[in-house]
Design a protein around this ligand. Structure first.
Ligand code: ZN
Length: 330
């Protein structure tokens, strides 16, 4: 019985949390059973001894339970990566760049990674990069790699870049800052033109011979997030336009920041860029951050009855340039 209890107790400490609850239950069951047997034996021997023994045992167990609760509050036994193999570390370390800027949070940029992409009937290989803000992560590469198993990065989204051709030094390079659109990019929703713009801007970059598409992960619904965007869509179904719907929910029209993306862009290229956009605010953001924009390249298309009002609102209220060639807007 004592051996069983000891085994249960050691397993309780060593296991992951959900197993720990099972062992805690078994441990308490065996503990009560043992106490009941001891109580009967001791009562037959000496009543005072039993009272003293139980008092001592109760205090001891209370202390151990308090310690155990504190242990759980600290997150229990964290998953710890064993020392990373040197050759593995060397492979990764060479592909990580830590980007420092006075007064800003450090960024970690990873890449390039070969990424073959199907664009209509062509297979095009892009150089793929991702980055993460090091606000809650260490800035040393070694410590960063060690911290990843406990960083829960899946609970926040990371942005990424598809680079094509000689992006750094080509005379004219196309840039697209594409805001994430779960419905348009993934599901192919016709309520906006994002899916079309994503595919079309990649094709334009390839046709130009060099460029980069920045896929900006915290820009869903112009920065209000996917859940709030679904509420805005409900209001749009009742007749509100995209700007009014955001305002009715208490949001401003646009929360998107391009600060991080521009910092990353500057690590690739210092020469002027040609920006694929219908949105003059993006040009202003780039210019304010010291990037030179040679020209803008408009991107209109895939206009349908489903997104006609949405696109018109972008022109009327959000200052987007008119897409005269679509015949939609006057
Ligand atoms: Zn969209």
């Amino acid at each position: 019985m004592l051996i069983t209890q000891w085994l249960l107790f050691t397993n309780l400490i060593m296991c992951e949390r959900y197993i720990q609850y099972l062992y805690l239950y078994l441990y308490l069951y065996h503990y009560m059973k043992l106490m009941f047997i001891l109580l009967n034996v001791m009562l037959t021997i000496n009543r005072q001894f039993v009272i003293l023994y139980l008092t001592f045992f109760h205090i001891r167990k209370t202390i151990s339970l308090v310690n155990y609760k504190a242990y759980l509050r600290k997150g229990g036994r964290k998953r710890e990566r064993s020392q990373m193999n040197d050759s593995i570390y060397n492979i990764l370390e060479q592909k990580i760049e830590i980007i420092h800027q006075q007064g800003s949070v450090d960024l970690a940029l990873v890449g390039p990674i070969q990424l073959p992409v199907q664009l209509s009937d062509q297979e095009i290989t892009f150089q793929w990069y991702t980055w993460v803000s090091l606000k809650d992560l260490p800035s040393s590469k070694e410590d960063l790699l060690k911290a990843l198993p406990n960083a829960n990065l899946a609970f926040s989204q990371q942005s990424s870049i598809l680079v094509y051709g000689d992006f750094s030094s080509a005379d004219e390079s196309f840039i697209r800052f594409h805001s994430i659109c779960h419905t348009g990019d993934i599901f192919g929703s016709k309520r906006c033109d994002c899916g079309f713009q994503l595919q079309q801007s990649l094709k334009m970059i390839v046709e130009n011979g060099s460029g980069a598409l920045f896929y900006l992960a915290n820009h869903e619904g112009r920065g209000i997030g996917l859940f709030s965007k679904s509420l805005a869509y409900l209001l749009q179904q009742e007749g509100y336009d995209t700007v009014e719907a955001n305002e009715q929910l208490g949001f401003e029209d646009d929360y998107r920041s391009y600060e991080e993306a521009i910092r990353i862009l500057k690590t690739f290229r210092t020469k002027p860029v040609s920006l694929i956009t219908n949105n003059p605010k993006k040009v202003t953001s780039l210019s304010d951050a010291g990037m030179l924009v040679d020209r803008t390249v408009p991107l209109w298309g895939d206009v349908s009855d489903h997104n006609k009002k949405y696109l018109q609102t972008k022109i009327d209220k959000s200052g987007h340039v008119k897409g005269l060639e679509t015949g939609l807007l006057s």
